[in-house]
Design a protein around this ligand. Structure first.
Ligand code: ADP
Length: 628
């Protein structure tokens, strides 16, 4: 007698299930695609492992998936004779969310189904899709090469049970006890249609009973009566001309577990010194774990139709990690390992050709009359593409042309302006591409440094993605135009121009003012200067020559790096009333108060945190009271 053990679902799983059932109700038939896809993966894994250990086949010749149903019991059954799972694997894979990224993602949900349902699009559906149609699911599985089988049972609410059972055939059987209103799935034709719609290109046979279910067929369920209901030809092996968009889409959804359509697919058969086929997809929506290092999926590697591995990261650089698809090579050995892939000439060539194809496709989208596809792409994956400028030196220029930015000329926060567009509309005498980096779009847009550029009609790129600071440190020019930060100290040209118009007397007076302020707060600033870059604000801060930008320093600190304290250069706007007021004060204590006040408000405007915000408020109130 085996004992039944009860385990609780993680709370997140309950949440996820509810959301999924709600969001996918109108697409309920996809449960079959998801379970068949899992079955196909299990067959792929078995075939791969059996290459080195034939005993795992347990004497069975054919690898297949069987779909059956029972009208009386109101069940649909999906069976595969693939790799199966051990008890521990069942616990780890089914009903658990082990991945920390997933947990974090789910913690972000509000509990409001209408609000959360858009989130589900970022989430791979998978096994849980069973609960869209079933109110009880039994999964019985035995790992190939082992003796003990495990039965997992759940109603998809709160908990599941585990039981040790007997199972003659290796692999996994899933029995779905259908909900009241799901009788449509108890029809031979309905199931067949779903399979040929969604799973035609699964490369293993999917079998069903030849005839409509009846007592007789049920009594003598033998394999003879089964027939294959899918094409079972791997889609990538077929000529492009024979494949419809619909077929490409269905295959994408099968391998990605994404129920959105892909944005684009790129299918190539290469013959010659190297022989391989690639079918690559660009998704429409970023997965929730795009920035998670533990994430799976990506490219599947096949060697002569035999599945070798998932998530073959060696076939795609990190900045293209969102690409999905299949690469099938005729030149790699079947026993290829991840280590071998790392330093393999064949892999390197396939990889650089695939990267080129993806960048070409993106370039094509970026030049299309209708920009909507590219904009969708950029909003989802733009930040990741920016990594490419740093990571992929060989394709740097191509990637630079794809970049899109928010700018001071556009009123939108969305990143829509290409560097080429910027260059094309530069002022006649403008020599550089100007940018500002800040923590948020609003902070970049509101920076006092922009004032003079606005006045002169010079466009400035507003950079606020975390990656931007690194991006501009790697991309120092575009089409021969240098990229320059408007907060860097070397924008002297603008100041020199204004200085020319000053009398000697003016210059002396200004020197006296900067000296006075510098003496008052010498421990907090590295220098004090007069600037002509401000029109509305009294002061701003810039980094001293050779120092990293304040924004970069803040980011490094957030990442836990110790940054030696850098004193900024304080720049004063001589035409501003507050600076004039400061100029007129003689009392040393008061000069200090005013100077501190100007420094602190300039730091605040940059998005800096003040060490003593309460002191700042006190100072401000004291100065205001003085004025009343
Ligand atoms: P996904 O397929 O997206 O990884 P699922 O929730 O569908 O997510 O499945 C989780 C894991 O459970 C799979 O990655 C696989 O390891 C395992 N699994 C699911 N179905 C099967 C099956 N039929 N045979 C063997 N393992 C399976």
């Amino acid at each position: 007698m085996s004992s039944v053990e009860t385990h609780a679902f993680q709370t997140e799983v309950n949440q996820l299930l509810k959301l999924m059932i709600h969001a996918l109700y109108s697409n309920k038939e996809i449960f079959l695609r998801e379970l068949i896809s899992n079955g196909s993966d299990a067959l792929d894994k078995l075939r791969f492992e059996a290459v080195s250990d034939d005993s795992l086949n347990e004497g069975e010749e054919e690898l297949a998936i069987t779909v059956g149903f029972d009208k009386e019991a109101r069940t649909v059954t999906i069976t595969d004779n693939g790799i199966g799972m051990t008890r521990d694997e069942v616990i780890a894979n089914i009903g658990t969310i082990a991945n920390s990224g997933t947990k974090k993602f789910l913690e972000n949900m509000t509990g409001d189904q209408a609000k959360d349902s858009h989130l589900i699009g970022q989430f791979g559906v998978g096994f849980y899709a069973s609960f869209i149609v079933a109110d009880k699911v039994e999964l019985t599985t035995r790992k190939a090469g082992t003796t003990e089988a495990t039965k997992w049972t759940s109603a998809g609410e709160g908990d599941y049970t585990l039981e040790t059972v007997e199972k003659a055939q290796k692999g996994t059987e899933i029995v779905l006890h259908l909900k009241e209103d799901m009788d449509e799935f108890l029809e031979q034709m309905r199931l067949k249609t779903i399979i040929s719609t969604y799973s035609d290109h699964i490369s293993f046979p999917i079998k069903m009973l030849k005839t409509e279910w009846d007592e007789e067929a049920k009594a003598q369920k033998t394999t003879d009566e089964l027939e294959q209901v899918n094409k079972a030809t791997a889609i990538w092996t077929q000529p492009k001309s024979e494949l419809s968009d619909e077929e490409y889409k269905n295959f994408y959804q099968t391998i990605s577990h994404d129920f959105n359509e892909p944005l684009a697919h790129i299918h190539n058969k290469v013959e010659g010194t190297l022989e391989y086929t690639s079918l690559l997809y660009i998704p429409k929506k970023a997965p929730f774990d795009l920035y998670d290092r533990e994430r799976r999926y990506g490219l599947k590697l096949y060697v002569k139709r035999v599945f070798i591995m998932d998530d073959a990261e060696q076939l795609m650089p990190t900045y293209l990690r969102f690409v999905r698809g299949v690469i099938d090579s005729a030149d790699l050995p079947l026993n290829v390992s991840r280590e071998i892939l790392q330093s393999n000439k064949v892999v390197d060539k396939i990889r650089s050709a695939s990267v080129k194809r993806i960048l070409d496709e993106l370039t094509k989208l970026s030049k299309a009359e209708d920009q909507s596809s590219f904009e969708t792409f950029w909003d989802q994956f733009g930040q990741v593409i920016k990594e490419g400028v740093i990571e992929d030196f060989a394709n740097k220029d191509k990637i630079a042309k794809l970049l899109r930015f928010a700018t001071s000329k556009d009123d939108v926060q969305a990143q829509r302006v290409a560097l080429q567009t910027y260059v094309d509309r530069m002022q006649p005498d403008q020599e550089a591409i100007y940018f500002i980096t800040a923590d948020t779009h609003a902070a970049a847009k509101g920076s006092p440094h922009l004032e003079m550029f606005r006045k002169k009609g010079i466009e400035v790129l507003l950079l606020s993605d975390r990656i931007d600071e690194w991006l501009v440190s790697h991309m120092t020019e575009f089409e021969g135009k240098p990229l320059k930060s408007i907060t860097s100290a070397d924008l002297k040209a603008f100041d020199d121009e204004a200085e020319k118009e000053l009398t000697e007397e003016d210059k002396k007076a200004r020197e006296a003012l900067t000296e006075k302020v510098k003496n008052a707060i010498s421990d907090l600033v590295s220098d004090v200067k007069i600037t002509h870059r401000l029109t509305e604000s009294p002061a701003c801060v810039v980094s001293a020559d050779g120092d990293m930008s304040a924004h970069m320093a803040r980011m490094m600190e957030q990442m836990g790096q110790a940054i030696p304290k850098q004193n900024p250069v304080l720049e004063l706007n001589p035409d501003h009333a507050l600076v004039k007021k400061l100029d007129s004060i003689e009392d040393e204590a008061k000069v200090k108060q005013w100077s501190l006040f100007l420094l602190e408000q300039a730091q605040l405007a940059e998005g800096d945190q003040l060490e003593e915000p309460a002191e700042f408020i006190k100072r401000m109130n004291a100065l205001l009271s003085d004025m009343i």
